[in-house]
Design a protein around this ligand. Structure first.
Ligand code: PEP
Ligand code: MG
Length: 582
């Protein structure tokens, strides 16, 4: 049989190549048709409704048992709450009434839920308003059973599955680790979307931004994901498969080659040593970080603890989590970023407006969320403070845009310390506190900020997004996302110089720090710490060990005098050619 070997171009989101079979993860949406019914059909429709509800009840009960067995009681409460909604006579009676008036069950559910949702929207209490989503979840489950659709879930995957979806949430990607998928492809997303970042941590090859891909594939068809070049090949020929198998082997041997650098210092040829750290999302990733030679956790994205659950993590859970990481990383530092929920990291905690904002990346995100809900923030701070006695922990606030936010966050930190003192719980009084510089306003006043804090860390993923007005998850504008734009280089220089003038260390934990293409520039700018996906550490280290700080500094002087990206590009190419780095 002749293969089509269709090559599609997307955005390379996570490196590596994978060969496997398509697993289309469909969205949980249904098109609801309105059908007029009468006479005997009404009785039949009521029976259909009853069957679907009975099935849903069994599913929810199974789900409740399974959840409490696997992850504990708190998660099982979600299924229990859904059972309560399913059994609620108010919604059910409304649906029955509409069917009796002459419409099909699907349409009746759709209409009733829509009306109830509107009522929920009027409730002046965030927690109760958010219960709307539980009602919608239950309605979808009943609808699926009415339509006889079986829910595909990531746990049904075969071993060589490559997930193809419209979009995946960061929480979906985390699940992929448990079910060992080989790669994924999505229609939506950018290189620095959090879904892509999780894929990098998990070392899953991924291509994003492939419009309409879910309609071009068939369940089970052969597919290759090339996360290095951002290509997807559908129905590949034998020859292509052989080429990619070879590519895969080369990658494995390159990886082995890079492992040799694991225990060597990240030092330039003229003796400038920098710290290379790992970005992690959960304690399980520490082992991989150490395996790749990390000398720090430069960014612990703590909000991932919130993403796949509906209840708030407790102070004790925070404490346990961070203690584990701090102990494993000893004596190296662990920078715990306080929760950065919002943007593309939407938690279903029933507390916030995120997910319903017109511009979530500019909305109630990160420190803004924490200052709006100080009790949630304080619980995390207390957990971090208590864990600080077990290692070298530092605190970092995300998305700071003004001095007042630092002062307010520090005030809550003092409250947390005071409460712990009263409770007789130990913590490090002198724990260091730093901030992320990822909003242009913060970059511009970084001289003032540097005096207020112990360290700075540059979040280029957001800094570039906000400076260039390029949504980091929008594939249509991904080509405008430019780390080497003169504006970005100038901002980086401002931040690094400001930190040094105040005698503070400055790191970078955005993706730019983990891309060897920019290593020489960051070295030349004087960056002290680089934090990245663990897999990138050996690649960046190899680079650092091959260049001199002196040459890097000279290059940066030239780059800063360039007026366009084109000039910057030519200057970079000439430098790399001269240094034999191409
Ligand atoms: C950044 O913005 O560069 C960063 C490291 O934080 P995040 O990617 O989690 O927004
Ligand atoms: Mg950020």
């Amino acid at each position: 049989m002749k293969q089509n070997n269709i090559i599609l171009n997307g955005i390379a989101a996570s490196s590596g190549v994978a060969i496997g079979k398509v697993f289309v993860l469909e969205e949980d949406e249904f098109l609801v048709e309105k059908k007029e019914i009468s006479g005997i059909q009404i009785k039949q429709e009521l029976n259909r409704l009853k069957d679907a509800m009975d099935k849903t009840k069994i599913e929810l009960e199974d789900n409740k048992k399974e959840l409490s067995k696997v992850v504990g009681g708190n998660y099982a409460k979600i299924a229990a709450a859904h059972l309560l909604i399913l059994n609620d006579p108010m919604v059910k009676n409304e649906v029955i009434k509409m069917i009796k008036e002459g419409v099909n069950a699907e349409y009746a559910i759709h209409k009733v839920v829509e009306n109830f949702s509107k009522t929920f929207d009027l409730i002046d209490n965030d927690y109760f308003r958010e219960r709307k989503h539980d009602l919608l979840d239950v309605a979808k489950k009943v609808m699926r059973n009415l339509l006889g659709k079986t829910k595909k879930s990531l746990s049904n995957l075969e071993e060589d599955s490559i997930v193809v979806a419209k979009t995946l949430t960061p929480a979906d990607t985390v699940t992929m680790k448990e079910v060992l998928i080989k790669g994924f492809v999505t229609e939506i997303g950018g290189k620095t979307s959090h879904t892509a970042l999780v894929a990098q941590s998990l070392e899953i090859p991924a291509v994003v931004g492939l419009k309409d891909i879910t309609h071009q594939v068939k369940q089970g068809m052969s597919i290759i994901v090339d996360g290095n070049l951002g290509l997807v090949i559908l129905d590949p020929s034998e020859e292509t498969i052989e080429n990619y198998k070879r590519e895969h082997e080369i990658q494995i041997s390159n990886k082995k080659e890079l492992e040799k650098f694991k225990d060597l210092p990240a030092i330039t040829t003229d003796g400038r040593e920098v710290i290379l750290g790992a970005n992690i999302e959960n304690p399980e990733e520490v082992r991989a970080a150490l395996r790749h030679g990390a000398n720090a956790v430069g960014l612990y994205r703590s909000e991932f603890m919130y993403l796949s659950r509906k209840t708030m993590p407790t102070e004790e859970e925070h404490y346990q989590n961070y203690s584990k990481v701090a102990k494993m990383m000893m004596p190296y530092e662990v920078i715990i970023r306080t929760i950065d929920l919002g943007g593309d990291k939407i938690a279903r905690l029933g507390l916030m407006n995120v997910g319903r904002e017109a511009n979530p990346f500019m909305g109630l995100r990160a420190i803004r969320f924490c200052l709006k809900y100080p009790e949630i923030f304080k619980a995390q701070l207390k957990g971090i403070l208590r864990a600080s006695v077990h290692g070298n922990i530092k605190i970092m606030y995300p998305m700071i845009s003004r001095i007042a936010e630092i002062k307010e966050a520090n005030r809550i930190l003092e409250q947390a310390k005071e409460e712990l003192r009263k409770e007789g719980k130990k913590f490090r009084e002198d724990i260091e506190v730093g901030v992320m510089i990822e909003v242009p306003s913060a970059a511009i006043i970084s001289d003032v900020i540097a005096k207020e804090v112990d360290f700075l860390s540059i979040g280029t993923n957001d800094l570039i997004q906000y400076t260039m007005a390029v949504d980091r998850v929008n594939a249509d504008v991904a080509h405008l996302y430019s780390p080497m734009h003169p504006a970005i280089l100038r901002l980086l220089k401002t931040i690094i110089d400001s930190a040094h003038a105040a005698g503070k260390n400055v790191g970078m934990c955005g993706e730019m720090a983990g891309d060897p293409a920019y290593t020489v520039v960051l070295l030349g700018l004087g960056l002290d710490e680089f934090s990245m996906s663990a897999v990138q550490i050996p690649k960046v280290k190899k680079f650092i060990r091959n260049i001199s700080k002196f040459e890097a500094k000279k290059l940066v002087e030239q780059l800063l005098s360039c007026s366009t990206m084109q000039e910057i590009d030519i200057t970079m190419k000439k430098f790399k050619y001269r240094q034999n780095l191409l």
